[in-house]
Design a protein around this ligand. Structure first.
Ligand SMILES: [Zn+2]
Length: 154
């Protein structure tokens, strides 16, 4: 039986925040800064205030939570899955290494801007995840906003 995401969200939220914060810490340690002649300007163009803080991690697979219920919820919500090409946690951006990052980076940097506006992962995720559950992934206003900032060029 499918998980009732609306009912599960309040219970899952603290675990989702902890997991996202751990992913951010990991990428901030091991990821790559945006290039001065490209990525930094791109991030600035979509409204990021501190593009120098961003780190990008190229991975074979976007990581999934070990927590079984959290994993099931992210898959069911369409947040993470086999088709996920990138995801952003605060200043940390995961990008699948087999995907051309150019267009995707615009989208993910806009999410960084959204995190900055919210103030922190703990402030952003409750709003974002509520939208995902309420509207569905494609129609969530924060996703619509990120898609509106995608460009084809690096
Ligand atoms: Zn997105």
């Amino acid at each position: 039986m499918a998980l009732d995401l609306t009912a599960a969200l309040p219970r899952l939220l603290p675990r989702a925040i902890a997991w996202a914060e751990a992913r951010e810490a990991e990428v901030l340690n091991s990821g790559t800064a945006l290039s001065p002649n490209g990525g930094l300007a791109l991030a600035q163009a979509v409204g990021v205030r501190h593009p120098d803080l961003i780190r990008v991690s190229l991975v074979d697979h976007i990581p999934l939570p070990d927590d079984p219920e959290l994993r099931e919820a992210t898959l069911e919500a369409g947040l993470l899955g086999p088709d996920t090409l990138g995801i952003t946690f605060g200043y940390a951006i995961y990008v699948r290494s087999d995907h051309d990052a150019a267009g995707l980076l615009w989208h993910e940097c806009r999410h960084v801007h959204q995190y900055e506006q919210a103030g922190s992962i703990a402030d952003f995720l409750p709003v974002y995840l509520k939208q995902i559950v309420e509207f569905g992934y494609d129609s969530a206003p924060l996703e619509v906003d990120a898609r509106a900032h995608e460009r084809d060029t690096p």
